[in-house]
Design a protein around this ligand. Structure first.
Ligand code: FAD
Length: 459
């Protein structure tokens, strides 16, 4: 016999649990299904554990720079990876348990552990049980991509998930992929004490960013002793006794690098291949992402897709925003849309990169008249006082409407300060609001009015 609910939610990532709580509160009967760890990627193998590790790595870095700040540590700064992992597990575990306890404590909400698959557009099977609902919400997230590169079957490799079990210091960590995840792990493990090489297929790191950002981040990595190998066109893997050789075939430099461990950080794959989507008639794109409209409805009435699996965002905040859009539209009769949100994210290297809106390249491509300004962090007094002067602030605005088009803050506090500009963008206010605001001294944000007073036409 089918068990009938008002809503079925598949996955407990960043959208599913909040949606379950909101529906349950509204008096709907809900079932939420999780096949692995409650809280999904962010909580267990993504944001929370990695940022906890980044904090340990930052502390080790500051300790090693003690002499610059006027203190000495008697003896070398060595990192106890078991304790680093224990700290990470505690922080991440608290969130994981919190999500599970929260869901299990909700009135009107049934929690099932198991792998869910569609049987039809209104039914889902889990642990041989058939669940039925008129509304089904897919929040299945994604996993690390493992491309079929030569030799991949012959060597052990790590992903962001298996990195979570590492409680030792790899002698030489070779990271394939020079984008957001690879850079965070790379700097963190260098600071823990590993030798680190980042191998990137493209001509620069974080190829989606502007060239000046890629270049500044490369310099930041190399200044800490991280080897960066670009243009690695034909990456291949092979065993070399107890080590692993990563063939690079770069235009310059040795053709391979031999490390003790390899981390693959070459993108994400949506968890949509074993979900029975064909039985429900739900359309996916060629990369496996579920096709959704501006309100996150799939092509099948009554089925929505939220979070990383819909290809409309790859962040915790985009997944959570998906939840808000769906819940407000269904429960409050709102008309919220994905296209209303402004692109924003951070890269959690040290210093971090905070980003919002368009890149310079996108601004130029748009062909609109624009003004832009750039200011080095070495001329931001708070950064000088903290001894953290790497990076820069840059902002571009529309010359006619005076609206902020985009900004990047690569520098201390950049992940927080960027919100000053982001919120003005949401307010659709002119940049002069920030330019004329009195900001607090000494902060990084106090320089935003100065930067905005130096805008020049974009060529
Ligand atoms: C290393 C790393 C660092 C990151 N750092 C950041 C960061 O700093 N900031 C940020 O915003 N984002 C970050 N992200 C991205 C962020 O983690 C994801 O965007 C976020 O978790 C959103 O995921 P989601 O809600 O789509 O689903 P997920 O969190 O991926 O959860 C999906 C859940 O669905 C379950 N599931 C899948 N299939 C089934 C099925 N058939 N049946 C039942 N359950 C199923 C899975 O087990 C999983 O628990 C990071 C990602 C990684 C990998």
């Amino acid at each position: 016999m089918n068990r009938k609910f008002d809503a079925i939610i598949i996955g407990t990532g960043q959208a599913g649990p909040s949606l379950a709580a909101r529906f349950a509160e509204a008096g709907m009967t809900v079932v939420i299904i999780e096949r692995h760890k409650f809280g999904g990627t962010c909580v267990n193998t993504g944001c929370i554990p990695t940022k906890t590790l980044v904090a340990s790595a930052y502390a080790a870095r500051v300790a090693r720079r003690g002499a610059e700040y006027g203190f000495a540590i008697n003896g070398d700064v060595t990192v106890d990876m078991k304790r680093v992992k224990t700290r990470k597990d505690e922080v991440s575990g608290r969130s994981n348990r919190g999500v599970e306890e929260w869901l299990r404590g909700l009135k009107n909400c049934t929690v099932i552990q198991g792998h869910a698959r569609f049987q039809s557009s209104h039914t889902v099977v889990v642990n041989d049980e058939v669940l039925q609902a008129d509304k089904i919400f897919i929040n299945v997230g994604g996993r690390a991509s493992v491309p079929a590169m030569p030799g991949i079957q012959d060597v052990p490799f790590l992903t962001n998930s298996s990195m979570m079990d590492v409680d030792f210091l790899p002698g030489h960590l070779v990271i394939v992929g020079g984008s957001y995840i690879g850079l965070e792990f790379g700097q963190m493990y260098r600071r823990f004490g590993s030798e680190v090489t980042i191998v990137e297929m493209g001509p620069r790191l974080i190829g989606r960013e502007d060239e000046d950002i890629s270049e500044a981040v490369r310099q930041i990595m190399e200044a800490e002793g991280i080897q960066v190998r670009l243009n690695a066109k034909c990456i291949k893997l092979a065993k070399r006794n107890s080590r692993i050789a990563v063939g690079i075939g770069c235009d310059e430099g040795p053709p391979e690098v031999v490390g003790t461990h390899v981390l693959l950080a070459v993108g994400r794959t949506p968890n949509t291949n074993d979900l029975g989507l064909d039985r429900a008639g739900v359309a996916i794109d060629p990369r496996g992402y579920i096709v959704v409209d501006d309100q996150l409805q799939t092509n099948v009435a009554g089925i929505w897709a939220l979070g990383d699996c819909n290809g409309r965002g790859a962040f915790t905040h985009t997944s959570y925003n998906d939840y808000e859009i769906v819940a407000d539209n269904l429960l409050n009769g709102d008309h919220r849309r994905v296209s209303d949100r402004i692109q924003a994210y951070a890269l959690y290297t040290d210093p971090p990169l905070g980003r919002c809106g368009m890149t310079d390249a996108e601004v130029r491509k748009s062909g609109r008249p624009a003004l832009a300004a750039k200011h080095p962090m070495s001329r931001v007094s708070r950064a000088v006082e903290k001894g953290e002067t790497q990076g820069f602030i840059k902002i571009s605005v529309d010359a006619e409407t005076k609206h902020i088009l985009g900004a990047a803050i690569l520098g201390t506090g950049g992940d927080e300060v960027i919100h000053v500009l982001l919120d003005v963008m949401y307010a659709k206010a002119p940049y002069t609001v920030v330019q004329r605001a009195m900001h607090i001294h000494p902060t990084v944000a106090e320089f935003l009015p100065t930067v905005l007073s130096n805008l020049q036409p974009v060529a």
